[in-house]
Write a protein that binds this ligand. Structure first.
Ligand SMILES: NC(=O)c1ccc[n+]([C@@H]2O[C@H](COP(=O)([O-])OP(=O)(O)OC[C@H]3O[C@@H](n4cnc5c(N)ncnc54)[C@H](O)[C@@H]3O)[C@@H](O)[C@H]2O)c1
Length: 358
C-alpha cells in the first residue's frame, strides 16, 4: 500500500490524475489537499469521494502548520504536487498570489516532506518521492520553427505565472542538489480534457460556442501551443513516479503543435459534426463567432516540447491522438452540461459548504 499526497487534486489535472490512479492501481491510498480556490471544484471528485482509500483535506499549501500536521499524521510515500495558481491572464493582473502559492507554497511542501523523510544521517527513507508538476512555459518562447524545448533548454519565463513556476522548479532543483532530496520534476505542454475550468482556451471556446457567444482569439491567432490529452500527462507522471531516475527532470508532450486559431476552428467543426440537426444550438455555431481581440501582454509565440527523454528512458508515449482527444473532450462537455452550468454560475463554490457544513 502506497500513500500518495496529491496537492491541488480538486483542479483540472489533479482531479484527472486521481481518477487515473484509481483506474490503474489497486494498492494505493490518496490524500487530496486543496484549498479550493476559484479553480478547485470538489464536483470533479464526486465519483471517488466515498472510497475508503481516498481522503480530502481542505488546506492551503502555504499553511506550514497544516501541511506539517498532514505529514505527521500520515506516512506519506509520494507527494504529487499540482497545487498552483495556473492562469497566465490572472498572473498579469495579480502576480503576488502566484509568488505566494507557486513559490512559497512549494517551499512549505518541500520542507515538510524533507523533515518527515530525512534520516538522522541526512539520507532519506526508502521509497519516498516528491514529484513536482511543472510546465513548458518556463522555457520561454521559440522563434526558430525547427527548435524544441529539451530538459537542458535554459529557463526564460516571460509571464508572472511562468516566472513563479520557474522559481518553484529551481527550488526543487536546489533541494535535489543540496540535500539529495528524492524528487523528480515534469515539464508538460498544454493539457486539455474533462474538468478544465472554462477560462482556459478549449473549454472557453466550447462553452461560448454552445451559448452562441463570440469566440475571442488573442492577436492574430497564430500563437502555437503543444496540446496533450490530460490522461497522457497523468500516465507520464505515474511512470516518472515509478521509474524516473531520482533527481531527473522529464519533459512531457505529444508533438501536437497547433495555432490557437486552428484549435478554435477545429472546435467549431467538431461541434457541427457532433450536434444533432435538431439541436437549437447548432445553427448559431460558425466561424462568424470568431472575434480577434487585443493580444495578451508578453504573449509567447510558440511552445513545443521534445519528449524524447521520457520516451527513450521510461517508454512513455501518448495514447490519444489530438483528433480523437478533442472529440472525447467536446463530447464530455456536452454530456456534462450540469458541471459547466454549475461552474459558470459559481454554484460549485457552495458545494464544499453544503457537503461539509462549514
Ligand atoms: N493546465 C495545463 O495545461 C498545465 C500544463 C503543464 C503543467 N501544468 C501544471 O499542473 C498543475 C495543475 O494545473 P491545472 O491546470 O490543473 O490547474 P488548476 O488551476 O485547474 O488547479 C489548481 C488547483 O490547485 C488548488 N490550489 C491553488 N492554490 C492553492 C493553495 N495555496 N493551496 C492548496 N491548493 C491550492 C486550486 O484550488 C485548484 O484545485 C499546475 O502546477 C500547473 O502549473 C498545467
Amino acid at each position: 500500500m502506497r500513500n500518495y499526497l496529491v496537492t491541488g487534486g480538486a483542479g483540472f489535472i489533479g482531479s484527472n490524475f486521481i481518477h487515473y490512479m484509481f483506474r490503474k492501481h489497486e494498492d494505493i491510498r490518496i490524500i487530496n489537499v486543496d484549498s479550493l480556490t476559484y479553480a478547485g471544484n470538489l464536483g470533479n471528485l464526486e465519483a471517488v469521494k466515498d472510497r475508503d482509500d481516498y481522503t480530502f483535506i481542505k488546506a492551503d499549501i502555504r499553511d506550514k502548520e497544516a501541511i506539517e500536521k498532514i505529514f505527521s499524521e500520515n506516512d506519506i510515500d509520494v507527494v504529487v504536487h499540482f497545487a498552483a495558481e495556473s492562469h497566465v491572464d490572472r498572473s498579469i493582473v495579480n502576480p503576488e498570489v502566484f509568488v505566494e502559492t507557486n513559490v512559497l507554497g512549494t517551499a512549505v511542501l518541500l520542507n515538510a516532506a524533507k523533515a518527515a523523510w530525512e534520516n538522522e544521517d541526512g539520507s532519506f527513507k526508502e521509497g519516498k518521492k516528491f514529484l513536482h508538476v511543472s510546465t513548458d512555459e518556463v522555457y520561454g518562447s521559440l522563434s526558430d520553427p525547427s527548435d524544441y524545448f529539451y530538459e537542458t533548454t535554459p529557463y526564460d519565463p516571460h509571464s508572472p505565472y511562468s516566472a513563479s513556476k520557474a522559481s518553484a522548479d529551481l527550488l526543487v532543483k536546489a533541494y535535489i542538489d543540496t540535500y539529495h532530496f528524492p524528487a523528480n520534476m515534469t515539464n508538460c505542454s498544454n493539457n486539455y480534457g474533462p474538468y478544465q475550468f472554462p477560462e482556459k482556451l478549449i473549454p472557453l471556446m466550447i462553452n461560448n460556442a454552445l451559448s452562441g457567444k463570440k469566440l475571442p482569439v488573442y492577436g492574430d491567432g497564430k500563437n502555437v501551443r503543444d496540446w496533450l490529452y490530460v490522461d497522457d500527462h497523468c500516465k507520464g507522471i505515474d511512470m516518472v513516479i515509478d521509474k524516473g531516475v531520482m533527481g531527473e527532470k522529464y519533459n512531457i508532450g505529444g508533438h501536437n503543435e497547433r495555432e490557437n486559431i486552428q484549435i478554435v476552428k477545429t472546435i467549431i467543426k467538431t461541434l457541427q459534426e457532433i450536434l444533432p440537426d435538431d439541436d437549437p444550438r447548432k445553427k448559431g455555431i460558425s466561424e462568424d463567432l470568431i472575434t480577434y481581440v487585443e493580444d495578451r501582454k508578453g504573449h509567447d509565440r510558440r511552445y513545443a516540447i521534445a519528449p524524447d527523454k521520457i520516451s527513450r528512458e521510461l517508454g512513455w508515449l501518448p495514447d490519444t491522438k489530438f483528433e480523437d482527444g478533442i472529440k472525447l473532450t467536446i463530447k464530455w462537455y456536452l454530456e456534462h452540461k450540469d458541471w459547466m452550468d454549475n461552474i459558470t454560475s459559481g454554484d460549485y463554490q457552495e458545494y464544499y459548504k453544503r457537503m461539509y457544513k462549514v
